[in-house]
Structures are given as structure tokens and as C-alpha cells.
Design a protein around this ligand. Structure first.
Ligand code: PLP
Length: 366
């Protein structure tokens, strides 16, 4: 059997069917239905956030966050993230200004912010990549000093807590993804989390549903609503997400044990007082060639690892940005190791052995 980089956890079918019965009897299938409101309520409690809007995707959450913040001009952002981060900026007609990341945890480097600032800078959009928390204090201080909005792509952060507070509640706005590949999922979906500004939260809520309530049209909007079927999947998965995280933790720690003191570098969160969700196990191999070799030799083992993230976003053909050497090198060298319920310790040993063989050929020769 082939082992993929991840395997979407599905709830016991009976539990989902129970929600389907409720949908069939209410006949409310979408448009702010009862299951959606129940999910939003539970997420507000779990995240201890003032406003949580469930939307159709993480990408839509980013688009709404930028649009409802009335952003134009330049947005300082990270080159090391999924393409949606820079894509949302460009889609909203703004200009991404890429600032390189830190070596250790691959989040935006606060030392480089000042050099990227221009009179047209309006916001920072930073990613807690792999769930590693950005330097929230320094980003916050810089944003306040220069009157910038601070928005986080928090797609990887479900279950992460920084200083006892969910990581997805930092910044003016945080955007979560609940895509099937994420540690907590609703098949497709995402959320906009706003812990302060009620006016901004109201605009996001309006804009996700065409900008109107009944016959009163307040603003332009899009269709970023989500359905009762997706909310039902979220309600089921909320029951098991902590068990999923506990399993990822075991796998993450075992990979780290197997690969310790090797030429494989394992980026980790750069701060204490942090609770990780262990959603990804990123590994940096010594070179791009070794990445190709490793993927090929894992494929022979029936294991698919993934280059994640590649390319660096400043190198996208439509986003010509300044050089970001740390991110570009990480993008060439990074893979994410398989983690899911299908990944047994035996699979992990095989993955680690294959990597070690690639990065230290002399070991196999000995
Ligand atoms: C998955 C992801 C997104 C996009 O989320 P979707 O729900 O797939 O639209 C955005 N940013 C990052 C960093 C992601 O990993």
C-alpha cells in the first residue's frame, strides 16, 4: 500500500450520518444554517476569540481579510509559505513585498522589516509556517509604530498555543484553513478570526455573503459562505482533533529521534512557552539534488513525501520579488515527511533510513 504524505482523517460514518439526518429534517443546507452557527460557536470557545467566521476556504479567508481591511498598495509578506499567501495579495490588487525568513523556524525575519518599508506599505501578511509562531511581539510593535495592519496566515496553526493563547488569535486578523490536508478539516473550508475590531468583523461577515442582508446592500461582497455539510464534518472532527494531534506528536518526536545528529536539519519553533500541533514534520536536506534522490528512493519504498514549500514565492513567475536567499534555499531543500494514521513506526524507520542513506552515502558503503 502506498503511504501518502498525509491521509485525511474521516470521522466514524455513523456520526456524520447523524448530522445528515438533521440536515434532511431541517432542510437547511447552506446560508448561515444551524450546524454552521454551532460550529462557529464551538470554534469561538475553543479559540477564545471574539469573532470566528466559517468560510469556504483558507484562500477566501485571506481574500476577505485583505478586502475588509481596505488594503491597497504594498503588503510586506513572507516568501516561504503556500502560494495562497502571495496569491491573495495579488488577487486583491495589492503588491507583495517579500521579506526573507529566519533560518531556524522559517518565519518572517523581523530584522529585515525596516528595509522593506516604503510610503506605500499598508500591512504585513505573515505565515506561521508549519505552525511555527512568527515573532508576534516584534511584528506587532513594528505594525503599531508604522500604522500597518497585521494579518496572519494561520492556516497551519489549529491546536497551536503561544503563551497559553491560541496562535490563531494574534494580529488584527488571522486566517485558518480547514482544507482536507490540514490537521483539523471540514473537507473544504476556513475561518477568519478577529479578536478585536468589531467593525472589521462585521465587514467580513457581510462580504462573505454578497454584502447584503435581506434587501439592504451594505458593501460589495463575494460568495465565501460554507454549507451545512461542511459544518457537519467540522463538528465531527472537532471531537477527534486532539487525538489526531496527539498521534502527530508521537510521529514528529520519533522522526526527530531517528534523524537526530544527522545531516538532515529539522526546523523547529523558535520560541518557548509554545504548544505545537505537530501538523507537519519539515526536513531540510543538504541540497536540491539530495531532495530529488530522497523522493525517488522513498517512492521505491511506496512512500510519498512532498516538497513543501516550493518554489519560494518571490520566485513565482507572476510575482517577481527581490532575492530572499534563506527562503530560496529552504524551498530547494525542504520536504515534509509523511504523517497520518497510516504511518506506523515501521514506516517511519524506513523513511528515516532512506533519508540517511541519501544524505550520507558513505554509511551505506561502509
Ligand atoms: C492550505 C493553505 C492555504 C489555503 O487554504 P485553502 O483552504 O486550501 O484555501 C493558505 N495558506 C497556507 C499557508 C496553507 O497551507
Amino acid at each position: 500500500m502506498e503511504i501518502a504524505v498525509t491521509k485525511t482523517p474521516l470521522p466514524p460514518l455513523e456520526e456524520y450520518i447523524e448530522y445528515l439526518r438533521q440536515i434532511w429534517s431541517s432542510h437547511h443546507v447552506t446560508n448561515n444554517g444551524p450546524l454552521l452557527r454551532e460550529l462557529e460557536g464551538r470554534l469561538r470557545t475553543r479559540l477564545a476569540a471574539r469573532h470566528v467566521w466559517f468560510v469556504s476556504s483558507g484562500m477566501a479567508a485571506l481574500q476577505l481579510a485583505l478586502k475588509a481591511s481596505h488594503l491597497t498598495g504594498e503588503i510586506i509578506t513572507t516568501p516561504f509559505s503556500y502560494v495562497a499567501t502571495a496569491g491573495a495579495i495579488l488577487w486583491e490588487g495589492c503588491t507583495p513585498v517579500f521579506v526573507d525568513v529566519r533560518q531556524e523556524d522559517l518565519t518572517l525575519d523581523p530584522d529585515l522589516l525596516r528595509a522593506a518599508l516604503t510610503p506605500r506599505t499598508r500591512a504585513i501578511l505573515a505565515t506561521h509556517v508549519y505552525g511555527h509562531p512568527c515573532d508576534v511581539d516584534r511584528l506587532e510593535a513594528f505594525a503599531r509604530e508604522h500604522g500597518l495592519k497585521l494579518i496572519y496566515d494561520a492556516a497551519h496553526t489549529f491546536g497551536c498555543e503561544l503563551r497559553g493563547r491560541p496562535l490563531a488569535t494574534y494580529g488584527d486578523v488571522s486566517c485558518l484553513s480547514f482544507h482536507a490536508t490540514k490537521v483539523f478539516h471540514t473537507v473544504e473550508g476556513g475561518a477568519v478570526v478577529i479578536n478585536g475590531d468589531d467593525g472589521l468583523a462585521e465587514r467580513v461577515k457581510l462580504m462573505r455573503a454578497f454584502g447584503h442582508v435581506g434587501d439592504v446592500h451594505y458593501s460589495i461582497g463575494i460568495n465565501a459562505k460554507n454549507s451545512e455539510f461542511h459544518a457537519a464534518m467540522g463538528l465531527c472532527n472537532l471531537r477527534t482533533v486532539d487525538a489526531v494531534i496527539a498521534q502527530r506528536r508521537e510521529q514528529y518526536l520519533f522522526y526527530h529521534e531517528l534523524l537526530t545528529d544527522s545531516p538532515v536539519r529539522l526546523p523547529t519553533p523558535g520560541t518557548d512557552d509554545f504548544q505545537h500541533n505537530y501538523a507537519y514534520c519539515p526536513a531540510l536536506l543538504p541540497s536540491e539534488d539530495s531532495v530529488h534522490d530522497a523522493l525517488a528512493s522513498l517512492a521505491i519504498e511506496g512512500v510519498r513525501a512532498r516538497r513543501y514549500f516550493h518554489p519560494a514565492l518571490n520566485c513565482l513567475p507572476y510575482a517577481a520579488g527581490a532575492r530572499c536567499p534563506v527562503a530560496e534555499e529552504a524551498a530547494q531543500r525542504a520536504i515534509c515527511l509523511p504523517m497520518s494514521e497510516a504511518v506506523t513506526p515501521e514506516v517511519q524507520r524506513r523513511v528515516a533510513a532512506a533519508l540517511l542513506q541519501v544524505v550520507t552515502p558513505h554509511v551505506s558503503a561502509a
